[in-house]
Design a protein around this ligand. Sequence first.
Ligand code: M6R
Length: 614
Amino acid sequence: MCGIVGYVGPKSAQGVVVEGLRRLEYRGYDSAGIALVADGVIASAKRAGKLANLEKAIAEAPLAGSTTGIGHTRWATHGAPNDVNAHPHPGRTGRVALVHNGIIENFVTLRAELEDAGHELASETDTEVVSHLLENEVLAGADLTTAMQRVCRRLEGAFTLVAVDGLDASRVVAARRNSPLVVGLGEGENFLGSDVAAFIEHTRDAMELGQDQVVTITTAGVSVTGFDGAPAEGRRYHVDWDLSAAEKDGHDWFMRKEIHEQPRAVADSLLGRRTASGELQLDEVRISDEDLREIDKVIIIACGTSFYAGMVAKYAIEHWTRIPVEVELASEFRYRDPILTHSTLVVAISQSGETADTLQAIRHARAQRAWVLAICNTNGSTIPRESDAVIYTHAGPEIGVASTKGFLTQLVACYLLALYLAQIKGTRYGEEIADVLDQLESMPDHIQAVLDQREAVYELARQHVDTRSVLFLGRHAGYPVALEGALKLKELAYLHAEGFAAGELKHGPIALIEQGMPVLCVVPPKGRDQLHGKMLSGIQEVRARGARTICLAEAGDETIRPYADELIPLPRVPTLLQPLVAVVPLQLFACELASVMGHDVDQPRNLAKSVTVE
Ligand code: M6R
């Protein structure tokens, strides 16, 4: 939610900042802006709409050359996405400029205080209040670092702030509380970004910052303090992907590229998980075997697509370990006063590692002494840092707002966790676990086989440009797949789309079925006879009422043919693992349909990649 960039070094700050904003635009794209320190003043431009509008404005009215600057791409919270509310925001005299991600919760009080002192605020944002406060400190004689520390001590809420002072081109100063910020470490230059994509083309050496810290970057180095001014340290790390991973690689959309990267992402997420003696190892799990053996309840918390991965995890963990599992939306978790003990394992699933709802749920769980294990794709992000253990997925950067490879690799991590718990608790024999690992290792080929049929799925999608409503049905592990298929269509094609457990249909939703309505049905493998038969009944029920059924079923399942208007064959895989292949045609379908409808697939309206506000 909002992308932030800062730079100081020998290069053109405008070039570095605009390029950084382009790579962060997926985080928010309501408006964009830049501020540069040039000849003792701040030169700034900002525009509503996508980054292209800002670039056009700068091309028409070039800014002065500069080597120190900040930039912002916005997902609006306070105030409409117009030019005035766009960041950066200047202080009262224009001496400082500031960009912000997050929400300043006490901004009403602070704004009133400023207005009483005669300040006029131009925007409706909470951010402008901070830029005025910061400038007050600078005008009173503080350097920008000290000014930032003082102001942060007065702020409530969640924020990343990055600022420049027009009279001090030597530094860019930033601060963070409950909101993402990483430092890029260069030679004679340094960078700030909401994530490493902002500076990946310049350096792969990064530093993560702790909570309530202020960082100052200059050409000579990086210094970190607490809000109280006390010296602090950031954790340095090396980013294990490069610029090519953040490019489209010949595809029209990042999403399409990321769908096609799934065989590799799944394979990478499975790498190095077996010991020489064939046992499953998850070396990032830092909870002792003794403590894991004591676990008597698992609660999975997540949002959106990650929540659906959690639903699949429930089937796997309960089946392989017999430990009861609850799956809960992270945004609801702490409000119901959940029962948590020291033998509860809370599993937080988050691609970005920054989702505020999930982060707050984790904090609640830890305060109640529950163990927290994160499943996360982003090294250096807040959620793994605040958890007792982490299983990293290895999807590489996911830039399309709609999660695809993030989801598949989360599923892999969930299966691995379930098997690991089964190994520790002794609820499955070693050879059973090894069998499932073998099956998992064959999944990249199966996923590739589904991708190889993409043209047929694209053709089907193109037939639905005028469709206004689509339903998805599934059962057991196919139910979360149905929900995920519907979410993809909602967020990309802006269609009414709903996923249902097929057995629930007759309890109400079947009334929605109209002549010709497309219903996508995720059919379980035939091996699970009861499940398969029941699914067939559900399909017949909707078809009898006029639905056009598009069935995803395993190759060779002839029983489905009479009931399928369209058939998408899936590779033969075990029921529990079927989501790994069944969701892929649904991703392709949504991507292609949104594309032919003329929508921006990577940046759907009203959304942002990383939801850092509650
Ligand atoms: O980064 P997270 O996995 O915590 O994000 C959770 C959701 O915001 C995310 O999955 C969202 O639903 C995606 N846009 C779905 O495609």
